[in-house]
Design a protein around this ligand. Structure first.
Ligand code: BG6
Length: 488
């Protein structure tokens, strides 16, 4: 990476995403010497700022990191600013191109001169921005690469996704990196290794052994001033259709098949598409919705009678030989009692359980992979109660990442999701980014039920803030998945 020159353009440089995620992640890479020595970062937005004004705006966000002040200042020195009248302002992008070229001129013809455009902007301006960049700033292949990073929301439904995708089609799919930051989390990246590098692991993941799979996302806060955005999207589009569905595909896909010369990125994304294709479209009966009490107190929510869900449980089916009949549950909620994201695989009852142990039922095995906080993997396993008793007692076979890997001071061993994904982009690794056909299928699965919820004005169950969510959720999960709750 260090033998090339790199220009990063953060479009939407004064927005929340850029300040909270994009610039801090670039700083992490810079501090770890993972950016080329000759990197320049341009912020682009509609205000007219000087380079120093941009630096003062982002400095407070960078100072929140653990990096020494001197590193932050050195990083800020490579940040510059370019303003434009709009996001589609071709003149402004042409000026930006001249500034980029001035820097690139200092390099020999053999050095790669790469350009990365990060869209930290709302999707309604993706199209005009992409066009302006295409007309001005795309690098010739032989000189270096041009890559474009985009963030969700990738539409509100299948139709709007297609429109949005069309606007980005001025860029080749190999130039496009659609970020779903859950794909950058340690435990999610771990799934491929866990499943396919251990002989026993993947063998038990199928309908013969698994009773159901539950993926959970819980957050202890509500919309926090993001109500304007959130109310248009709701929890299903904010978390389930992307983050949780992506995790589910990695957990349930078949072994990726690498076509000679094509690389594992294509293989993994093909495997994900295959399992998405086997999922059935969600029905209204497969859904339970909730909204936390006081949701509409948020001033940024205009419609005080909104039925937008802040909590949802959805049952999915995967119709293939491995998973046929195994309920897949996606559950997510805001304003709950804790921050937690985990994958929980509940196994069927052990066949000998009822006969051997004085007719006492044995607790079910459960494999839990905790994505956050504090990554851990544990298998709930029955062992004999120590001492004179022979009764099976549930215990855990456990890998706790803090004690096993991270220790006390090695915070950098566990880079945050955005930092990992940005590094992948610089290295041209597309496996952890969402391809257009994956997204299309994801929207096909979710769009009919999203439309029905809106058209039929389905009312969510109200739940108290700071609790476990609607009490109806446990009953629903038991009814549709036979899941026997065993939280810990
Ligand atoms: C974002 C959602 O994609 O993910 C937010 O838009 C949510 O609503 C966030 O808070 C959660 O991310 P994490 O990494 O904190 O679990």
């Amino acid at each position: 990476i260090r033998t090339c020159c790199l220009t990063v353009v953060v479009v939407g440089a004064s927005g929340d995403l850029a300040k909270k995620k994009t610039f801090p992640s670039l700083l992490n890479l810079y501090a770890d010497k993972l950016l080329p020595e000759d990197t320049v970062i341009f912020g682009y937005a509609r205000s007219q700022l000087t380079d120093d004004e941009l630096r003062s705006r982002i400095r407070p966000f960078l100072e929140k990191s653990d990096h020494p002040k001197a590193t932050v200042e050195a990083f800020l020195n490579i940040c510059q600013y370019q303003g434009g009248k709009s996001y589609g302002d071709k003149d402004a992008f042409a000026t930006l191109k001249t500034r980029i070229e001035e820097k690139e001129l200092g390099f020999s013809k053999d050095d790669k001169k790469n350009r990365l455009f990060y869209f930290a902007i709302p999707p309604n301006v993706f199209g005009e921005t992409a066009l302006a960049i295409k007309d001005t700033c795309i690098q010739k292949d032989e000189v270096g690469w041009t890559r474009l990073v985009v963030e969700k929301p990738f539409g509100r439904d299948l139709e709007s996704f297609e429109t949005l995708n069309q606007t980005l089609s001025v860029f080749d799919e190999k130039m496009l990196y659609r970020i779903d930051h859950y794909l950058g989390k340690e435990m999610v990246q771990n799934l491929t290794v866990l499943r396919f590098s251990n002989i026993w692991f993947d063998k038990v993941l199928n309908k013969d052994n698994v009773s159901c799979i539950i993926l959970t996302f819980k957050e202890p806060f509500g919309t926090q001033g993001r109500g304007g955005y959130f109310d248009k999207y709701g929890i299903i589009r904010d978390i389930l259709q992307n983050h949780l569905l992506q995790v589910l595909t990695l957990l349930t896909m078949e072994t990726p098949v690498i076509v000679e010369g094509k690389g594992s990125g294509k293989a993994i994304r093909d495997a994900k598409v295959a399992v998405l294709n086997a999922m059935s479209v969600i029905d209204l009966d497969d859904v339970l919705l909730g909204q936390y009490d006081g949701y509409t107190d948020d001033d940024t929510i205009d419609n005080k009678d909104t039925n937008t869900p802040t909590f949802a449980v959805i049952r999915l089916r995967i119709n293939n030989p491995r998973w046929d009949g195994v309920p897949m549950i996606l559950k997510a909620g805001k304003a709950l009692n804790e921050r937690k994201a985990e994958m929980r695989i509940q196994f069927k009852d052990a066949p000998a359980g009822d006969f051997l142990f004085d007719g006492q039922p044995c607790p079910r095995n459960e494999l839990v992979m905790r994505m956050q906080p504090k990554e851990a993997i544990y298998m709930k396993t029955n062992v004999k109660s120590p001492g004179f008793s022979a009764k099976p007692t549930q215990s855990e076979l456990e890998v706790n990442y803090n004690t096993r890997f991270f220790g006390n001071n090695e915070t950098n061993v566990n880079p945050d999701a955005y930092t990992r994904l940005l590094l992948d982009i610089l290295q041209g690794k597309q496996a952890a980014f969402v391809r257009d056909d994956e997204l299309r299928r994801a929207w096909e699965i979710f769009t009919p039920v999203l439309h029905r919820i809106e058209q039929e004005n389905v009312r969510p169950v109200v739940y108290a803030q700071g609790g476990r969510g609607p009490k109806e959720a446990d009953d629903f999960i038991y009814r549709v998945a036979g899941y026997i709750r065993s939280e810990d």
